[in-house]
Design a protein. Sequence first.
Lengths: 650, 374
Amino acid sequence: MVLSQSIARSPALEDVTIHIQKLYKHYGNTIAIRGIDLDIRRGELFGLIGPDGAGKTTTFNILGGVMEATAGVAQILDLPARNARNHTGYLTQQFSLYPDLSVDENIHYSAGLRLVPEDQLDARRTKYLKLMQLEPFRDRLAGWLSGGMKQKLALCCALVAEPQVLLLDEPTTGVDTIARREFWDILARLTAEGITVMVATPDLDEAERCDRVALIHTGQIQQVGSPAALKAALHLSRLVIRTADLVKAEQALIPLIEPNGQIADVSTLGDHIEVLVKDAQPGTALVRDRLKQQSIEPIQATDPTLENVFIALLRRKGSIPQSIPFPRSQQFATPTADPATPKLAISARRLNRVFGSFHAVVDLDLDVHYGEVYGLLGANGAGKTTTIKMLCGLLPISCGEMSLAGERGNLRSAALRQRIGYMSQKFTLYDDLTILENLHFYSGVYGIPPRQQREKIRWVLAMCGLEGQEDLLTRQLPGGWKQRVAFGASVMHEPEILFLDEPTSGTDVLARQQFWQLINDFARHGTAILVTTHYMTEAEQCNRMCFMVAGRKVTEGSASEIKAMQPGQLFELQVETLQTSYNLLRQHLEPWRISIFGDRLHVVLDHPDVELPQIRSWLQTDAPSKIQPIPFSLEDAFIGEVQRAGGAPP
Amino acid sequence: MIMRRIRNQFFKELEQFQRDRLGVALAFILPVIALLIIGFAIRLEAKNIPLVVRDLDQSTLSRSYIEQLYATNLFVPAEWQGVRFPDAIDRGTAQVQVTIPPGFAADVNAGRTGEVLVVIDGSDVINARVTQLAVDGVTLSAVQRALGEGQLGELEQFAIVAQVRLWFNPGRQESLFIVPGSYGVILAIFPPLLIAIALVREKEQGTILQLYASSLSAVELLLGKSLAYMLVGLGEAVLLFIVGLLLFGVRFIGDPIPLVIGTLIFLFTGVQLGLIIGIFTTTQSAAVQAIGTIKVLTAFLLAGFLFPLNSVPFPFSVASYLVPVRYYIELCRDVFVRGSGWFGTWYLIVAMVLLGIAEFGIAWWGMRRMQLSS
């Protein structure tokens, strides 16, 4: 029996490091995982993507050996997952660090936990700290690190035991776009050394860098394959349409969506509209015909993205959240239609905040009008949250002047607080109350008249897709759903000024789209909105924005103004081996000039006629199949501006 | 290998503990404050009981009787402002009222029975008993004196004379009773509280998942944490002993080795209970409430700290045997007051060892899977 088994095992199977078969997990009556089968090979970078509450964390908990499966097999290196714990590194969704221990102490403790030989500890610690660029901060307490550095430290702690398998549950949530890229660069290097990495992420741009991805929905795996294969299996082409009036163009195209027709999907992403069509040629003609009245730039037909694959899947499953109109009872100001006399909602002059010896915000000037969505963008630790807290009156200012909704003096008066809404980075809901109790509480706090309360609460529940489940305890909700309820709770009282601090962090792409529809809807009805986000595709939807670096404002303007300010010209490179080409070019170009976007490379060049041939020669064997100039996206601008201004603060 | 992981856990706990300066300060200041409050505030000996006297006889004998009452050092004179005689007791200005009727001295001198009316406020049971004994004693000695003045020889005629000697604490110093006991009470509360919070915090912060995801065993985790907080507890104990010596003059009598060993074992039993509560609760507030209730009630009421254990009624009397503080208080009283050495303490240490093993077993059972419960 044993003999026949070892013979039957093919060499390919020998290489399987993670083996999951018919895995089930029940929590009481709810079924989190229903029959997952999966084989992941050594050195693979494997992505697990799915909407909030699809069962990703449960799968990780079982593979990490911290939770028992109800039925089925979960093996790592041919051992039951629990017995393989010494070969596995597991990064949980919460930062798995001791905030009151220093960087060194955290690593030392992890090493002891996993019995790293004492004589090797120092060498390994130095190696990984160097890899993560954390060496200068060895004595800093983990609690004082920025989000991106915390995740890198957590990865260090897992790596110090030199595991063969890494399990990473949404490691880049709440991490800024530059630190996220660095994190994925590190993952790519690790897999090159033969470590198997399984990673969950809500960001589908990142997922493009995986060798293979699995789409998981309601506890089942729907599709597995390389991003290229999944995109090809969609049998659709993607048309990128750039035009001045995105809203109008989208409205014109949406009625054309048919399940089996030419146009499969239309969505606004940042500064452009994406349309999925069956065939590129007739599709382009159809769209062009439909948008006759508008001036549009030439339509580009390209391959679909993973995001398209994901949304198409969810559309098939019928789990696209609906947009439900907000039951409005007041109107504050005329929408931005009348820009001649915009009314100021928030105004700040030379705002400063000092914590001890740390200057968190330096001489910040800021104006936000009613009916405007203003984006506050920056890397982790740039001072965005501090600014928001000062502007909504939660944190006293060190010096400077500000006015909020016309008030200058008492920013903490009850009457004023009634008129503003605030959703913080951390969940503002009570974990031990039910969803309904939470909503009742907040509607009471904000003094919503009893007659409107029921209607508003019903709206929040409908918007979150939680009707009939309002008696669930809030802590039982997956992170992304809590976020939606928290958003609902913060807008129920129809605030005239709304502060949103990373409202979309950790939520899936659909929830993010829905959030932005709501944000835009509120702005159209006159609410002034100040929002922070790490997703630049979202930031494109802000009317105006600023980039902050180390507490200072470095750039301000509308998305198109900021893009126009960028130096040089941007080129998109399509290459076969993304990571190798990227590493090659990194040796020659300044860091801000090159970055990975999905499955493409973006390169900023000052003198393309000289530099393009150079790039071709550097890449040699892996010459790009296609090089084309493209307009700057906000994300390109952000990476360039922030890195040129001194980069992300430690 | 096991030792290395225990050591690793031990040092990490201490690093975390000392990082929070306020926490460290509280861990050492609060026990001392508790010792001061308990040591100075608790007075079991009845003193300063307000007494009202109505002397209607106004004779030499009645006055000397009253003098003797005050000479017990038990009573202080209270003012009687009422209209009716019982007013002072009704109002609570006096707890005892003595009325000496007219003709008291005449009766005694004539060989008749002299009568004195003593009314005691019985709502305070302890003081009432003490007062009753004191009044009886004063009356007896007054009678003896009166008799002695008349017929001296009769004293020798008593058949039995008890020769009472107070050992160990001849001056009946109360601090010698309270302070060693309070060591037990204080050390029963603080170390378990600290370790329970440390464990629950790992759950709240989610770092416990990292422990589950490594192959650290329950025994290694529990011992590592226990040893760290036993060390903290030991620091608290030494501090308490020093303060007790300086402020209350409580010093070692005889062999201190039983105290050293007993303190370590007692701290072990304490932190095991802290761990058990940390394992079965999920929030810091629940853990603090559980420790507060269990430890404070058992230490004060079921450990013989203030009230003698032999008078505790049936089901509770059995429960008191499961309370480690009971044995530790006994041990402290031996080492600091009696000084009988191993002879009078070995069985106390054995009892604590048994309880400690049982508690460790329960903690291990609760933690044995090192997994999330579904």
